[in-house]
Ligand binder design. Structure first.
Ligand code: GAR
Length: 210
């Protein structure tokens, strides 16, 4: 049974999807702890309701990004995780942090990477007139939103979409693909080798498993 630590900053709907998938046995692992950089993150309530230990580690209490990420590394390592999951953790991570967790650090991003790295992805997809949009799960490397993609899901963009309606459609897909990727990892089927993601001994293509 793999130990998973989840980092959040907000609602935690992806956290909930992972918790549910662990409870049902879909993921052969358990969420050992949830750590938030924001005290009011609703995901903390979700974790408490599931009986999972929580911790708030506010970046405001640290003088630099380096110091915060060192404290965060320590807090995570208390739980000896096999896997660390970013689930709406809205912080840029230092190279030292990323290197420390190399090969066991996953993120979900609300776009079809490499498109729309960074913020406001849904509005940018609408503004560009894209007919499709989506989400990506990837290993985290030092390049922001640039690590090897493992799995993507696509959704249509409709003419009357606004950022909110499009975000909801993407969110539904996030809740499908993140637990699936975590399942693969916990089944020892998924590995990162430098800038590549491998599943079942096969190199995944640039846009992940399709
Ligand atoms: C999700 O849409 C996730 O893709 C995004 O934050 C949201 C968190 O929702 N992450 C990023 O934008 C990271 N760059 P949640 O708190 O309900 O899981």
């Amino acid at each position: 049974m793999k130990s998973i630590v989840v980092l959040i900053s907000g609602s935690g709907s992806n956290l909930q999807a992972i918790i549910d998938a662990c409870s049902s046995g879909f993921i052969p692992g358990k969420v050992s702890a949830v750590i938030s950089n924001k005290a009011n993150a609703y995901g903390l309530v979700r974790a408490n309701e599931a009986g999972i230990s929580t911790q708030v580690l506010s970046h405001k209490n640290y003088a630099s990004r380096d110091k915060y990420d060192l404290a965060l590394t320590d807090a995570i390592e208390q739980h000896k995780p096999d896997l660390v999951i970013l689930a709406g953790f809205m912080r840029i991570l230092t190279p030292a942090f990323v290197q420390h967790f190399n090969g066991r650090l996953l993120n979900i991003h609300p776009s079809l990477l490499p498109k729309y790295q960074g913020l406001t992805t849904h509005q940018r997809a609408i503004d560009a007139g894209d007919s499709e949009h989506g989400c990506s799960v990837h290993f985290v490397t030092e390049q922001l939103d640039g690590g090897p993609v493992i799995l993507q899901a696509k959704v249509p963009v409709f003419a009357d979409d606004d950022a909110q309606s499009l975000a909801e459609r993407v969110h539904e897909q996030e809740h499908r693909i993140y637990p699936l990727v975590v399942r693969w990892f916990c089944q020892n089927r998924l590995q990162q080798h430098s800038d590549q993601a491998w599943l079942d001994g096969n190199l995944l293509a640039a846009n992940g498993y399709a």
